[in-house]
Design a protein around this ligand. Structure first.
Ligand SMILES: [Zn+2]
Length: 292
């Protein structure tokens, strides 16, 4: 008995010695372009890496400009995960690569069935994206592929942890499957199959779960009074129940739309780092059972 206790003591001493052997300064750094990606990196790699997030809370992903300090934070980064289609990435990626030529850049849109702009979008420029719609991380159906790309790359970055990362990846896939089924159920219970949203952040959620998204920003700005009148009529005629607005935008037009039509105004944060909770919450709000 005494012998085994001694052994336990010895082993724990050994393990704690191992942990403190790597200080935060010596840890590898993984940068993600937006906060939700942090969720996936940490789900796979626990706290093995320092996760550096580029886009700060509340910033608009089309127009945000990194500070010199944020750009230089990439100098210490071993890997950078990008969305591949966000405005600020398109504008800054060359600069990011220049700061650290050894940093591996991984485009998470690789293999995703992207929503390309329709001819109508090209003509009207109703929203502020150029090229494919970047918001695929908000659909649990696309998250599995993202998670698998992240897992593969982190295993290459830290091969000694491969077995643990594989186990974590299995757990993460189970979590994504659970989120998918909750979102699927909520969308099937949605009070209306159509919803209004200021900026079209839920295009993939709508496509993958059989809903119709109608976006009402006008090149990133509020719609004109005439357009707002049209939107009010459309909301009524389609029997819509929910108006979404992202917290980083001007919510005034959404407020008018909601109050004129008696629909619920729901403020969402597509950049929430708690990916699973935020996606579930968004889908829940469509059912009207979220108490808001
Ligand atoms: Zn966007």
């Amino acid at each position: 008995m005494r012998k085994s206790l001694f052994l336990v003591f010895f082993i724990s001493l050994f393990l704690s010695g191992c942990n403190s052997a790597v200080t935060k300064d010596q840890m590898k750094v993984v940068t993600v372009s937006i906060p939700p990606y942090k969720y996936f990196v940490e789900a796979i790699a626990d706290s093995d890496f320092v996760v550096n997030v580029m886009l700060p809370p509340g910033a608009d992903h089309h127009t945000w400009e990194p500070s010199p300090r944020q750009i230089s934070s990439l100098a210490a980064s071993d890997m950078l995960f990008i969305n591949g289609h966000l405005g600020f990435e398109l504008a800054w990626i060359d600069r990011f690569r220049e700061v650290n030529q050894k940093m591996k850049v991984i485009d998470l849109s690789e293999g995703i069935q992207l929503i390309e702009p329709s001819e109508e979008d090209e003509d009207h420029h109703g929203h502020s994206h150029e090229g494919a719609d970047p918001h695929y991380w908000l659909s649990p159906r696309e998250a599995g592929l993202m998670a698998s790309t992240i897992a593969d790359e982190l295993m290459k970055l830290n091969p000694s942890a491969t077995e643990r990362y594989k186990l974590n990846f299995v757990k993460l896939k189970e979590r994504i499957a659970a989120v998918d089924s909750i979102v699927n159920e909520n969308c099937s219970k949605a009070e209306s199959k159509s919803f209004m949203i200021f900026h079209p952040a839920l295009s993939y959620l709508a496509r993958d779960y059989g809903l119709e998204q109608i976006s009402f920003e006008d090149e990133g700005k509020m719609p004109s009074p005439a357009r707002l009148k049209e939107l009010i009529d459309m909301t009524r005629s389609k029997g819509m129940k929910t108006v979404f607005v992202q917290k980083e935008y001007d919510i005034r037009s959404a407020k008018v739309l909601a109050s004129e039509t008696g629909t619920r105004l729901v403020i969402i944060d597509p950049m929430n780092p708690e990916w699973d909770k935020s996606v579930i919450e968004i889908s829940k709000s469509l059912t009207g059972e979220d108490g808001k």
